[in-house]
Write a protein that binds this ligand. Structure first.
Ligand code: NAP
Ligand code: MG
Length: 489
């Protein structure tokens, strides 16, 4: 087991405050909550919980910054700040990844990968900062000139979940800041620590007060942000249920812009002409990566009849070989995030036992790690497509596997879901690959791969998996608005 550094331990164990106007402050009412190490259930530290008056203060600071320092800041300067933040993240990579590993539970190498992904994102959007352009539009009257400007929205609330705490924050912060907005980040209550560490780095990088603030909170803070009449936009990643609440809050307050990256129940489709060595290498990770706590998880596996038994047998074998344990030991899978999530996942496994055939796994880990929230990778064979474990997002290491005969039947099964985030097709018939890709209702389709990401490639959901596209050039649309200027010459 890796020994945690003194810096990371001290950071994790010190009680935390809110980051408002580049200062650390307590919540006005002093409310706080605990954050827990999910590998053993121990409390790491206490964190202040922002209430209404703290959100108001942060919004005032952000509004002033937006109208002052940020308005005056050149795009090149914004790019420079994002590059500097990336550099500081790399400098502190060992400490940040250990903090994430303790707070979220994920294997240390995955936490390191997360920091590197965050750095890549910051650099990609730093490159965009001075390339956000309007257009000149010819109209009927030659004595009239029309041009457009792409302007920042203003004060942006960013609300993120606990599964990839740092990466989810940076996915939104990088484009929002590159576009010139002032951001208020609200991390998930289970995983606030890397967001707070990031705040220190932003200050060190030279971010002026109000450009980035961090409001931690448990339960109410996100809702206060979503309802705030002087916040111009909320960028959210999390459950579909909360995504709907955020849309409703926008409607009930000031029609703030909303972009949502929500749940999924993604089909991972294996045809009988697939390259089975590649399928085998990928499938166990597509099914159980991050202990299944991933919105793109290939949680519905569809296998063509002739190769179904072979795929089931191999996946079960590979799943049993996965190592499970505390993140610092760098296992294949860490714990689930919380007791709530553990209960939820075990509830789905119980429901699966009664409605489907358990192929492998199905238990909470006993023995050495029984204090942590560890669950075995679990596979159910499911013929009936209307049962809960096929229809609902479980967000744990649980997949269903079903067989299909031909393309038409497959398309009906794959699209029979309220979600539409990701999907994958395994076939060596490339025409078939493209044909199925056209017919799948999902924001991303991987052909002969899974979970491939790059900052330049748009990502987001069809149907109830979300609104808007993050990453790539698309994310600039989420954090700017277009203004048309008419000039009578
Ligand atoms: P969640 O409730 O959607 O929480 C995500 C974020 O939203 C957190 O920062 C949370 O803050 C905040 N939030 C909660 N209620 C809010 C409200 N009414 N208005 C504004 N913000 C609000 O997710 P969860 O409860 O942690 O997990 C529940 C399920 O959501 C999971 O089991 C999984 O199915 C799904 N999920 C999906 C994703 C994804 O990437 N698609 C990520 C996480 C979870 P607090 O921490 O203070 O409550
Ligand atoms: Mg925690």
């Amino acid at each position: 087991m890796r020994k945690i550094s003194k810096e990371a331990r001290e950071f994790c164990e010190a009680d935390k405050q809110l980051f408002i106007g580049n200062k650390w402050v307590n919540a006005a009412d002093g409310a706080d909550f605990e954050t827990v190490n999910p590998a053993n259930g121990t409390v790491l530290c206490r964190i202040q919980s922002a209430g209404e008056s703290d959100v108001n203060t942060a919004v005032d600071v952000a509004r002033k910054a937006f109208q002052g320092k940020m308005y005056r800041m050149s795009p090149a300067k914004r790019a420079g700040l994002l590059h500097k933040l990336a550099e500081l993240l790399l400098r502190d990579l060992p400490v940040i990844s250990e903090i994430e590993c303790l707070d979220n539970g994920k294997p240390i190498d995955r936490a390191i990968g997360d920091v590197r992904a965050a750095v890549a994102h910051l650099r990609y959007y730093a490159g965009w900062a001075d390339k956000i352009e309007g257009a000149h539009i010819p109209v009927s009257d030659p004595d009239t000139m029309v041009y457009t400007r792409r302007e920042a929205l203003g004060v942006v609330g960013i609300i993120v979940p606990w599964n990839f705490p740092l990466v989810m924050a940076i996915w939104k912060l990088a484009p929002a800041l590159a576009c010139g907005n002032c951001c208020i980040l609200k991390p998930a209550q289970q995983t606030s620590l890397t967001a707070l560490y990031l705040a220190n780095l932003a200050k060190e990088a030279g971010f002026p007060p109000g450009m980035l603030q961090v409001l931690t909170g448990a339960g109410e803070t996100g809702s206060i942000i979503a309802h705030h009449p002087d916040i111009d936009k909320v960028g959210f990643t999390g459950s579909t249920a909360v995504g709907k609440k955020i849309l409703a809050a926008s409607a009930a307050s000031n029609l703030k812009k909303v972009s949502l990256e929500l749940g999924g129940k993604s089909p991972n489709i294996i045809f009988d002409d697939a390259d089975f060595a590649s399928v085998r290498e990928s499938l166990v990770w597509a099914s159980f990566y991050n202990s299944g706590q991933e919105c793109t998880l290939g949680s519905r596996i569809y296998v063509q009849e002739g190769v179904y038994d072979q795929v089931v047998t191999q996946l079960a074998e590979d799943a049993r070989k996965l190592t499970i344990g505390p993140g610092l030991g760098n296992p294949d899978l860490g714990p689930l995030i919380s007791t709530d999530q553990l209960d939820r996942v075990m509830g789905y496994i119980e429901s699966g036992r009664s409605e489907a055939e358990l192929i492998s796994g199905g238990n909470r880990l006993k023995g050495e790690f029984s204090d942590g929230y560890f669950v075995e990778p679990t596979i159910f064979a499911a013929e009936n497509q209307s049962i809960r474990i096929v229809r609902e997002e479980i967000f744990g290491p649980v997949v269903t596997i079903s067989s299909f005969s031909d393309e038409d039947e497959l398309i009906d099964m794959a699209n029979d879901t309220r979600y539409g985030l990701a999907s994958a097709i395994w076939t060596q018939n490339i025409s078939r690959g493209h044909r199925i890709a056209q017919r799948l209702q999902a924001g991303v389709v991987w052909i002969n791969g899974y979970d491939l990401f790059h900052p330049a490639v748009p990502f987001g959901g069809y149907k109830e998996s979300g609104i808007g596209r993050e990453m790539g050039k698309s994310a600039l649309d989420l954090y700017t608005q277009e203004k048309a200027v008419w000039v009578k010459l």
